[in-house]
Design a protein around this ligand. Structure first.
Ligand code: AHR
Length: 328
């Protein structure tokens, strides 16, 4: 083959590939969404801040592989600007669908509008955005974080039922501005505000990490003369805080009762050792459901606007029995 013919062949192949990718995922585009052609999905993950996140990433990657989806994965390292860059790059690459788990709730309208203009559907997973314009994304799959906060509050109210002495609570919040931090705080607050004995004496972000959870708990222990309860917005912060509590010569789960959220294996191990009193489950294994949704959205099928994950609550007495069955 002459050099000229080879160049022409490559150019034709590139043009075909670009057409196959589609200039966007207009609904009903069977060629790239229906199963004949492989679907390309851009996925922007929050980061690798917690055990929950590691399990979620694995679930999404495994499910994409199983579904035969070409997943372009990008880790934002807990920075919104990185997610915006990743989404713009996915738009440039003309992926079929963009899925992402927003680090924070606000500030997405511009980039989501760019995806919409490029006719690339967006699926939100795990965390929500606060955009007023609901046409900017197709659906949102994830937990109800307000409900999780309420479940944490319900446990506390029950635990101290009939008691009148003040209950001093310290709160380790998740990443500032993130949906789980906002919602877990408000859900919990709504439940305990009806009883004056509950007092949140200190509340600060631990950014969903063990290191920060430990650091902030150390500060709480220094500044607060009496702490009865720790409410941690995730397991990693609770596990970091446990180290701080033990180093301060106190017994976690007894001197300071601990409420946590997620339900990762390490937290169940700590709960089985009586160091955490209750864990509100937040399920990270969203991969298979996400891939199904992505395929439907690309095909232009109707999907529910909001799909909630089903989750439970586990107490100390259930931990040992539940531990072998934990999948993350
Ligand atoms: O968005 C889900 C939250 O993010 C999890 O509870 C936390 O562990 C993670 O970092």
């Amino acid at each position: 083959m002459s050099k000229r013919a080879a160049v022409a062949l490559v150019a034709t192949a590139m043009a075909v590939a670009l057409t196959a990718c589609g200039s966007g995922g207009g609904s009903g585009d069977k060629a790239s969404g229906g199963g004949d052609k492989q679907l390309t999905v851009g996925f922007s993950q929050v980061g690798a801040e917690s055990g929950w996140r590691t399990a979620n990433t694995k679930s999404v990657q495994d499910a994409a592989k199983k579904a035969g989806i070409n997943l372009k994965f990008s880790d934002a390292q807990q920075k919104q600007e990185n997610q915006i860059k990743a989404i713009r790059s996915f738009i440039q690459q003309k992926v079929d669908v963009i899925a992402f788990s927003p680090v924070v709730e606000s500030g997405w309208d511009t980039v989501l509008k760019e995806a919409k203009d490029a006719k690339i559907p967006v699926v939100l997973t795990d965390r929500a955005v606060d955009s007023k314009d609901e046409s900017l994304y197709a659906t949102f799959l994830g937990s109800d974080f307000v409900e999780e906060g309420k479940k944490a509050g319900d446990w506390l109210v029950k635990e101290y039922q009939g008691k009148t002495e003040p209950v001093n609570i310290v709160e380790l919040q998740g990443t500032t501005g993130s949906a789980p931090a906002n919602d877990r705080k408000s859900g919990f607050g709504d439940v305990i505000k009806g009883d004056a004995k509950f007092k949140v004496v200190a509340s600060q972000t631990g950014d969903f990490t063990r290191a920060k959870g430990k650091e902030v708990m150390q500060a709480f222990l220094k500044s607060q003369p009496k702490i009865d309860v720790l409410y941690a917005h995730n397991d990693d912060m609770a596990l970091g805080a446990i180290q701080a509590i033990e180093e301060a010569g106190k017994t976690p789960g007894k001197d300071i009762k601990i409420i946590s959220v997620d339900g990762v294996k390490d937290a169940f191990t700590a709960m089985a050792a009586s160091k955490i009193n209750v864990v509100v489950e937040c399920n990270p294994l969203l991969g298979d459901q996400l891939m199904e949704l992505i395929k439907k959205v690309k095909k232009g099928e109707t999907v529910e606007r909001r799909i909630k994950t089903v989750e439970g609550v586990f107490t100390m007495d259930q931990a040992a029995a539940a531990l072998p069955n934990r999948q993350y």
